[in-house]
Design a protein around this ligand. Structure first.
Ligand code: ZN
Length: 150
């Protein structure tokens, strides 16, 4: 209850103003546009140079880009790519299952086989690409450790 009171009383007007940098000698980090970084990530390339491979193997992100040496181990993609993969594959296949069933009435085993193969193939295709995209966003927004000078 008294927390807000203390905070209000503790703040002087000077503390509300952000420190103003004087002159043009302020070092700003270089710009990292998000969209190209996302596209490079989707192509499974380094978000910084677009040349080096982001992955070693299927989903393991390399510690550093083999071409430009940009550090990529800071990423925290976690289960975001899996979530996006399920979201996209589900929204594409659910209407297809409906149309496929109402239009063609295939044998249940045929339908199950076709859509299982489709779902697995689409998921395997999208998962590393969406992981690259998520890593690209995190890199461009300097999330997690990506913003630190190295
Ligand atoms: Zn690179």
């Amino acid at each position: 209850m008294t927390d807000t009171h203390i905070t209000e009383r503790g703040m002087t007007p000077a503390q509300h103003e952000a420190p103003r940098p004087s002159g043009s000698s302020v070092e700003l980090p270089e710009d990292r546009p998000t969209k190209p970084a996302m596209l490079r990530g989707f192509r499974r390339r380094c978000p910084n140079c677009g040349e080096g491979h982001m992955f070693q193997g299927y989903l393991k992100v390399v510690d550093r880009c083999p071409v430009c040496r940009e550090e990529l181990h800071h990423h925290r993609a976690d289960d975001g790519p899996a979530y996006l993969t399920i979201l996209i594959v589900g929204h594409l296949l659910a209407p297809l299952i409906h149309v496929g069933f109402t239009r063609f009435r295939p044998e249940p085993l045929v339908m199950a086989t076709v859509f299982t193969v489709l779902a697995v193939a689409m998921s395997l295709y999208l998962l590393p690409r969406l992981k690259g995209l998520v890593v690209g966003i995190q890199w461009s927004r300097r999330m997690h450790g990506f913003g630190k000078a190295h």
